[in-house]
Design a protein around this ligand. Structure first.
Ligand SMILES: [Zn+2]
Length: 243
């Protein structure tokens, strides 16, 4: 069977030849795939609107030798309203970029549902986008094998309630009996915040109340894990820091 049908989100697109588009779609069943959509840059083409960035839909793809070809797509939610607001545009781009960087081609991941959730949660502005991003980062790290150990010392494995140090080398909290190196000192609030984020469902992220310093420290720790473990550093969020 060379034809597959799967739900997916368009992570990014690129113009190709005169009227075609290259798409990177994060699919529910086949992970990230590269797809060519013939003629999709023409507004009258049937695949024009389901190939826009952020589109969430059901796609029928034909597997070629190097690329998939888009046969047809049915939009479930275009999420184009995300593009109309500066903050949701930046965060939405960041979520897509993080998936693009962290997930290899062809790997299926339960994190797909979390990405969809992020888009729905962003739309109803009731959520703190920063916290949503941090919780999503923790989930992406975990889904790709870089989960942070917070219930047990990352070195000796003893159970811990809290710790004042997180190791980047051993991926987690370090107890007072173990050597603290290749990491960073953290406050109790930061440690507890990370613990909460690693367990919470994305829709309940709003229950966490953090002061600015703690938020910043958690952001820096996750940014370090991300830049140490993936082949490329995401840069969408750096656009926010300019303001
Ligand atoms: Zn230990």
């Amino acid at each position: 069977m060379n034809t597959i049908k799967t739900r997916g989100i368009v992570l990014k697109t690129q113009e190709y030849k005169e009227n075609d588009k290259l798409l990177w779609i994060f699919t529910e069943e086949f992970g990230k795939v590269s797809v060519i959509a013939k003629g999709a840059r023409k507004s009258k083409n049937r695949n024009f609107s389901n190939t826009l960035p952020f589109s969430f839909g059901e796609y029928v793809l034909y597997k070629g030798r190097t690329l998939y070809t888009l046969n047809e797509g049915r939009i479930i939610d275009s999420f184009q309203d995300i593009l109309n607001d500066y903050d949701t545009l930046i965060y939405g781009s960041y979520f897509n970029e993080l998936i693009d960087i962290a997930i290899e081609e062809g790997e299926s991941h339960p994190i797909f549902i979390d990405l969809v959730k992020c888009f729905y949660l962003m739309r109803n502005k009731a959520i703190d986008l920063d916290l949503l991003a941090r919780a999503f980062e923790v989930k992406v790290l975990k889904a790709t094998g870089y989960g942070i150990s917070l219930e047990n010392c990352a070195l000796c494995g003893n159970k811990i309630n809290t710790a004042d140090y997180i190791s980047f080398q051993f991926y987690g909290g370090i107890c007072n009996q173990c050597e603290k190196q290749y990491g960073t000192k953290v406050s109790a609030a930061t440690y507890n915040g990370l613990k909460f984020l690693s367990k919470v469902e994305l829709e309940k992220v709003g229950r966490l109340n953090l002061d600015m310093n703690t938020k910043e420290q958690i952001g820096k720790i996750l940014e370090t894990f991300i830049s140490l473990n993936y082949r490329k550093k995401p840069n969408s969020l750096s656009l926010l820091k300019k303001f």
